[in-house]
Structure formats: C-alpha cells, structure tokens
Design a protein around this ligand. Structure first.
Ligand SMILES: Nc1ncnc2c1ncn2[C@@H]1O[C@H](COP(=O)(O)OP(=O)(O)OP(=O)(O)O)[C@@H](O)[C@H]1O
Ligand SMILES: Cc1ncc(CO)c(N)n1
Length: 270
C-alpha cells in the first residue's frame, strides 16, 4: 500500500518553503502527501509581507478530516506561529496517536522574517517537543533552545545533547549556517553521528530546512530507520541544491525536480 505523509505547516506563496516545499519533497520521495495549513504567508524570495493564521478550530477540523480518513505514516510539523495553534496540534496528535512525528522548530525565515511569536516558543517546547521522534533545529534555533552559543562542532554536540535529553527525542542539529561545511549532527539515544555534506556554493537556500524535515518524514513513512532516513534526506537536499535552480531576486528555491528534470525537459531547455 502507498505510504502517506502529512505536513502541518504554513503556506509559502512563492512555493520555496512551507507546505509547498513539503509536498514537492514528499512527492519526489515517493509518498502520498497531505497538508493541514496553519497559516497563509504572503512571501517571496526577498521576504514575508503578511501572515494570516488559521483559527485553532479550523486547524483542528483539518486534522480531524485527515486522521479519520487517510491516516499518515509520518507527520512533519513546520511553521506554527501561535500558542493556541500549537495546543490544538498537540491535542489532535495525541488523540489520534500519530506516529513518526518530525518537528522542525521554525523560528525565522531565510529572508529574516520572524515566523513564531516569542511566547509561543515555550508552548512549542512543552506541548510538541515531547511528541516528536526527531527535532530538526538549525544552529540559531539550537542556540535559542539551549542558551549555548554554537561556534564549533563540540558546541553543536552539547546543544543537541541538551535538547535530546530534555525532550527525550532524537535531535538533528542542521549545519547549513556553518561557514565552511554543511555537516548535520544527529544525537539520539545518548550517542551522536555526523552526516557530512560538502558545502554547495549556491545562495538559493530558501526552504532547505522545510525540505530536509519533509524528506526525513517521507523516509520514516516508508519504513526506514532514523539514521537511514536522515542519510537519505541529506542526499536529497544535496541533490536539490546542486541542481542550481536560480529564481527570484533573493535567496531562491531549490529544484525538487532534479531527479526527473533531465528525463523530461532536457531537450526543451535553451
Ligand atoms: N550551501 C549548502 N550546501 C550544502 N548543504 C546545505 C547548504 N545550506 C544548507 N544545507 C543543508 O540544508 C539542510 C538545512 O539546513 P539549514 O541549516 O539551512 O536549515 P534551516 O536554516 O532551517 O533552513 P531554512 O533556510 O529553510 O530556514 C541541512 O542538511 C544543511 O546541511
Ligand atoms: C511558510 C514558511 N514556513 C517555513 C519557512 C522557513 O523556511 C518559511 N520561509 N515559510
């Protein structure tokens, strides 16, 4: 039977991050994608100009509709900007005993816009982190969650360990904000593993975090273990970045069609 994944996240009108990146990623990774939209954003590669949140009641209804019909094999949670929305998500995930939950603690967009209110971060920690199989903070998020300033690989390990021990889940501290490398650190069950990545010289990194967490969720949905899911997700993001799509005036989106692009469009390109 076809495996299914659900993204609970915000819509990015420019299609590079959020729900749109998640669905593209899930599809490219071979799972059937569903969505529960937490907010609409008016956004492009240069910034976010407006955010319209769903009501908690509506988000609850979206989740009821999905979980009572096509049960997701994995769930990815991205942008959720306020406390009530976080609470309804936690309530529904517990009610339906959702599995393979990947929480990307989205705080700030690549363009610099804040995507969560300050007071919601505490609710995120209390309500959603304990439900997660894996949390995927980037370096600034890991710093905010721990108070540890990350300047080295050892600092990444300390921060990931602290988050993992506090919330009893695996933590992937993403390395996209490092200067020279793109090495991600997985901390799980009191041990760690590096997923090394060559830094790709591509300024178009809009939606890398959304894409990575959705690729992990897709692979968990397909039944891969956590390490293998992270490895496959890392390979996917590296491929999507290496395809060097260049759209928009700011930090542009990645090419999710990189695997099929050559087969279908090579001859038509100029
Ligand atoms: N220039 C790059 N070359 C190779 N891999 C990269 C590069 N930039 C980011 N990555 C990879 O992309 C993934 C996402 O990491 P990153 O730290 O950019 O997340 P993020 O900041 O949450 O993303 P977002 O821009 O969506 O907020 C990680 O696997 C990271 O190593
Ligand atoms: C809707 C949305 N979610 C997440 C991010 C983070 O990249 C973004 N820019 N927009």
């Amino acid at each position: 039977m076809r495996k299914t994944a659900l993204t609970i996240a915000g819509s990015d009108s420019s299609g590079g991050a959020g729900i749109q990146a998640d669905i593209k990623t899930m599809m490219a990774n071979g799972v059937y994608a569903m969505s529960a939209i937490t907010a609409l954003t008016a956004q492009n590669t240069t910034g976010v100009t407006a955010i319209l949140n769903a009501t908690p009641e509506f988000l609850g209804q979206e989740l009821d509709s999905l979980f009572t019909d096509i049960f997701p094999d994995a769930v990815k949670i991205g942008m959720v900007s306020d406390r009530e929305l976080i609470c309804i998500i936690a309530e529904k995930l517990k009610q339906y005993q959702a599995k393979n939950i990947v929480v990307d603690p989205v705080m700030v967009a690549t363009s610099g816009a804040r995507l969560i209110s300050e007071d919601a971060i505490e609710t995120l920690k209390q309500e959603l982190f304990p439900l997660a199989a894996i949390l995927t903070p980037n370096i600034p998020e890991a710093e905010e969650l721990t108070g540890i300033k990350i300047n080295s690989a050892e600092d990444m390990i300390s921060a990931a360990r602290q988050i993992s021990e506090t919330y009893h889940c695996a933590v992937l501290c993403k390395g996209g904000h490092q200067l020279n490398d793109a090495n991600d650190l997985l901390y799980a069950n009191d041990s760690y593993q590096w997923f090394e990545g060559k830094r790709i010289d591509n300024p178009n990194t809009h939606g890398t975090g959304c894409t990575l967490s959705s690729a992990i969720a897709s692979n968990l949905a397909k039944g891969y273990d956590l390490n293998t899911s992270v490895k496959r997700a890392k390979d996917y993001i590296s491929g999507a970045l290496a395809a060097m799509l260049d759209l928009g005036a700011g930090s542009g989106p990645m090419d999710h069609g990189f695997a099929i692009h050559n087969v279908y469009t090579e001859e038509k390109e100029d």
